[in-house]
Design a protein around this ligand. Structure first.
Ligand SMILES: Nc1ncnc2c1ncn2[C@@H]1O[C@H](COP(=O)(O)OP(=O)(O)OP(=O)(O)O)[C@@H](O)[C@H]1O
Ligand SMILES: [Mg+2]
Length: 257
């Protein structure tokens, strides 16, 4: 069974069809990428899956349940986390507190059952702190725990966003351009973090323009162009697909003009 099933999703903004009858499946344990030229509809798709937007028509099912139109906080509780194309951190908080803040909604819910046996607040706090430290180690930021988010260099900010999304214990992670602005060493580090996240059991959908990274990490790729799905398959086939090459060449020609 697929973890995420996108069926015939269309999103119209006024006269603009940002997504046009898009369907695909993401299976549990996969690193799945969504690529396509600027304006293809990738972030719109993420907004719909994470509850920040609703499809005009079509269905989004997560773990067998229809979720289109549900609010973001409910989807977080259901196990969907995301990062944003432009990092959104609590700038005046430390790295550690940014991750800790992400753990709260989930631990609070989980602690209700344990409340009768243990002093609720202390246990909740200790578990959340342990989890935040574990996640910082996982993304290699344990040495920066006390640094203010606003003082972190760009590459590390991206990793902090990943750690913060992980703090909600997601089953599905949506990463919108995680390698944007990273140099090649930082991109290598990101790739190994994503493998660690997958090995920890999360399924990932990645929107990314860095084709080297996409071709390396993806089990499967969907290509969007102007709202339509133009190709789908493993990296080897996508790289050679004439419609995909055409879409990207068209973009370059447009940029030069
Ligand atoms: N809230 C909105 N209102 C109106 N138009 C929108 C809205 N959000 C997105 N669009 C339009 O929908 C289209 C798809 O945008 P989207 O941000 O999904 O593209 P993208 O594939 O993420 O592009 P990029 O690679 O540049 O991030 C674009 O033409 C965009 O201008
Ligand atoms: Mg985008």
């Amino acid at each position: 069974m697929s973890l995420l099933a996108i069926r015939d999703v269309t999103r119209v903004f006024g006269g603009l069809v940002a997504l046009d009858g898009v369907s695909f499946d993401v299976h549990e344990g996969e690193i799945f990428s969504v690529i396509g030229p600027n304006g293809a509809g990738k972030s719109t798709l993420f907004n719909i899956v994470s509850g920040f937007d609703q499809p005009t028509s079509g269905s989004v099912s997560f773990a067998g349940r229809e979720v289109a139109g549900e609010r973001p906080h409910r989807l977080v509780r259901s196990g969907i986390a995301r990062t944003f194309q432009n990092t959104q951190l609590f700038e005046e908080l430390t790295v550690f507190d940014n991750v800790l803040a992400g753990t709260f909604p989930v631990t609070r819910a989980g602690v209700v059952a344990a409340a009768l046996r243990l002093p609720r607040a202390r246990r909740e706090d200790r578990l959340a702190r342990e989890e935040a430290h574990r996640l910082l180690r996982m993304v290699g930021l344990d040495g920066e725990a006390d640094t203010l988010a606003e003082d972190l260099p760009h590459g590390l900010r991206r990793l902090l966003e990943v750690a913060r999304a992980l703090a909600t214990s997601p089953r599905l992670m949506l990463l919108d351009e995680p390698a944007a602005g990273l140099d090649s060493a930082e991109t290598r580090e990101l790739a190994s973090v994503l493998y660690r996240v997958r090995d920890a059991g999360a399924t990932m959908v990645v929107v990314e323009h860095d084709m080297g990274l996409v071709m390396e990490i993806s089990d499967s790729i969907v290509v969007l162009d102007r709202g339509c799905k133009i190709a789908e398959g493993p990296p080897m086939l996508i790289q050679k697909d004439p419609a995909v090459i055409e879409a990207y060449l068209g973009e370059e020609a447009g940029d030069d003009a």
